[in-house]
Design a protein around this ligand. Structure first.
Ligand code: CMC
Length: 437
């Protein structure tokens, strides 16, 4: 194979040695970030595929939603730095931004907020789904099941080619997932379900459904409200991560958005992805004491051992994840506001981070804390059980998933996602009857 690059013209020509086949691939240039070679004609013209398990060098789509610069540790939603949004915005404003491309103001944002909040209730029949689960079911299992079932209830908004159906489905998803999450929690602790209250707003309504009981009045403490608002903003989208790519791939076949989001929830659950926030807390509990950190890290570095330092490392960030930085700072603030003077878990996490960041194993591999390293410490301080951590991630990420899904459906170059393979199994051979094998 011979490749000739023409950087001036932004193209590369590849010819297959020994054949007269050649193809010219254009270099597509984004607003910021690495350019990409357009390989769409590669197979037609050369008869070969590219091989990239895990998509380390492959852009699967064009997107205008979220940008990550992994080398400097930068995250932008529609161009806005995550630090500014976390500090100054609110979750529904960010949801409008992600879904529609711009920050709204005044009546427009109010109409959006009302549009979402009007859909917080679940069809009453959905209540019965919960009874089918064991009380000790992991709430993520309940989330996968109940979210998948939504398409059985909202048939009137399933025409993916109708922009109004897409709008209503987006509102329904963003509004109903918190109710499902809160009910999964209530079910696990044996308390009555608390119906949504739209007057409270998105984040406070969620905390209300999680914490209120019918026997007492409950006011959401402002400190919890602020901390959760920020936590949700930080988790709202993260470009083509495993769960968002799952949502896009599922949706590329024309599947309805509720089914696609259920697929995203399943993908998020894994410990390499959203399940890491729960795994970090388990890891810290297992380590138990600062004195045990060296022993734990030697297990992590042992290639015969499958232990990983959870909450560390990222496919894209080769620097500090900006979300982890914000969460580390806000962990101190939230604990102080909650009146928690000393949190042994935070102390342990800080010591673990410091030791790891000075260890050649992590330095050489550019492994830094990711969003999940500090997020669970804040959630635990807020009184949330570990098993709910990934569920909360799903609640926040639903906005990103539905924005990615909508962008994909509206992209004229969208086709069914259908990766190819390099086949290494047996070549054609003849079947032999059982007695002749
Ligand atoms: N602990 C120990 N070693 C690690 C870790 C870790 N957390 N992460 C990566 N490595 C090592 C890995 O063993 C490999 O070493 P070597 O080159 O000697 O084989 C090298 O670093 C590169 O790792 P990789 O597995 O090829 O990297 P990846 O991009 O495929 O995986 C990751 C990214 C996030 C899955 C991985 O870093 C990981 O498993 N981290 C722990 C789980 C975690 O915190 N996940 C949350 C990710 S951020 C939020 C989200 O997506 O939801």
């Amino acid at each position: 194979m011979t490749a000739t690059a023409n950087t001036g013209g932004g193209s590369i020509t590849i010819s297959l040695d020994g054949t007269n086949k050649a193809t010219t691939m254009k270099l597509l240039v984004g607003t910021v970030g690495p350019s990409v070679f357009d390989i769409r004609k590669l197979y037609d013209q050369l008869g070969v595929f590219t091989y990239d398990p895990g998509y380390g060098s492959t852009a699967s789509c064009e997107s205008k939603i979220t940008y990550i610069d992994g080398d400097v540790g930068e995250l932008l939603y529609r161009g806005y730095p995550i630090e500014q949004l976390a500090e100054q915005s609110n979750f529904l404003e960010v949801a409008h931004l992600l879904l529609n491309g711009e920050l709204a103001s005044g009546d427009k944002q109010k109409a959006f907020d009302d549009g979402v909040m009007r859909h917080t209730m679940l069809h009453e029949q959905i209540r019965r789904f919960f009874d089918g689960f064991r009380r000790d079911a992991h709430p993520m299992a309940v989330m996968c099941g109940v979210i998948g079932a939504l398409s059985a209830f909202y048939h009137d908004s399933l025409d993916i080619n109708d922009p109004e159906h897409r709008r209503i489905s987006a509102f329904r998803m963003i509004a109903k997932v918190p109710t499902i999450a809160a009910w999964a929690y209530k079910y696990s602790i044996g308390q009555p379900f608390v119906y949504p209250r739209n007057d409270l707003g998105y984040v406070d309504n969620f905390l209300y459904m999680m914490n209120a009981v019918p026997t007492e009045s409950y006011t959401v403490p402002p400190v919890l409200s602020r901390a959760m608002e920020r936590w949700f903003i930080l988790h709202a989208d993260h470009e083509q991560n495993a769960s968002s790519s799952t949502v896009r791939l599922a949706g590329s076949s024309g599947a309805n958005p509720f089914a696609c989001i259920a697929a995203g929830v399943a993908s998020l659950w894994g410990p390499a992805h959203g399940g890491a926030n729960e795994a970090v807390l388990k890891m810290l509990a297992d380590i138990g004491h600062v004195d045990n950190i060296p022993q734990f890290l030697s297990e992590v570095k042992d290639k015969n051992n499958h232990t990983r330092l959870m909450g560390f490392g990222h496919r894209v960030y080769k620097n500090y994840d900006p979300r982890a930085k914000i969460l580390q700072e806000s962990a101190h603030a939230v604990l102080a506001e909650l009146g928690i003077k000393d949190d042994p878990l935070l102390d342990l996490a800080l010591a673990l981070e410091k030791i790891a960041l000075n260890d050649p194993y992590f330095v050489e591999r550019k492994l830094y804390p990711n969003v999940d390293f500090y997020s669970g410490i804040i959630l635990k301080a807020m009184g949330l059980p570990t098993s709910m951590f990934t569920v909360l991630f799903a609640v926040a990420r639903t906005t990103g998933w539905i924005s990615q899904w909508k962008e994909m459906i509206e992209d004229p170059s969208q086709r069914i996602g259908r990766p190819r393979q390099i086949y290494t199994g047996p070549a054609r051979r003849d079947y032999a009857p059982a007695g002749k094998r």
